[in-house]
Design a protein around this ligand. Structure first.
Ligand code: ZN
Length: 181
């Protein structure tokens, strides 16, 4: 259990396509707990493994916060305070109807933008116990999962913005990175 170091824009690693997780080893379980610890320490509602520099297809979501905000029925009322660990996710279906959320990202601090995404998704994934599960996600939880799945493919939320807005953002972060060298 530990808070790991985050990587930030413009780190090229954020553009890597993460690899599927094979066996759920002890290392994977430690990584899952570290992702939860890091997400909570940084007060995020989601965190992908690549954001701590590990290119594996897994992420965590603080589903209690996400559901509270979305005012939807909890996924599992008996343990909805537990963060959700998602391994090798696949989106099976998404709604044609979309919604807009003001998104942020722990790897792009202090920047928020309105992003439009499908309201509802069906996601299949592997749990930390190695079981296959399928969930219907809506509201902020759906947006959050889509944001994290994007990370696994090297996509950032600013890729959903217009080119002008995105370029302005990247150049701002590149300048800051040069500045701190
Ligand atoms: Zn992010």
């Amino acid at each position: 259990m530990a808070v790991r170091k985050l990587i930030y824009l413009p780190d090229k690693k954020l553009r890597e396509v993460s690899k599927p997780v094979g066996l759920i080893t002890k290392e994977i379980k430690i990584l899952a707990q570290d992702l939860i610890d890091t997400m909570q320490a940084k007060q995020g509602i989601g965190l992908a493994a690549i954001q701590v520099g590990v290119p594996l297809r897994m992420f965590v979501i603080d589903r209690a916060t996400a559901e509270e905000d979305a005012a939807t029925t909890p996924l599992a009322p008996e343990d909805n305070a537990e963060p959700l660990v998602v391994i090798n996710p696949e989106v099976l279906w998404f709604s044609s109807e979309s919604h807009v959320y003001n998104e942020g990202c722990l790897s792009i601090p202090d920047y928020y933008a309105q992003v439009k995404r499908p309201i509802l998704i069906y996601m299949r994934f592997t749990t930390l116990e190695g079981k296959t599960e399928q969930l219907e996600l809506q509201g902020l939880l759906s947006t959050c999962a889509q944001h994290e799945i994007d990370h696994l493919d090297g996509i950032l939320f600013l890729d959903h913005l217009t080119k002008i807005k995105r370029d302005r953002m990247v150049s701002k972060f590149t300048k800051n990175a040069e500045f701190s060298d």
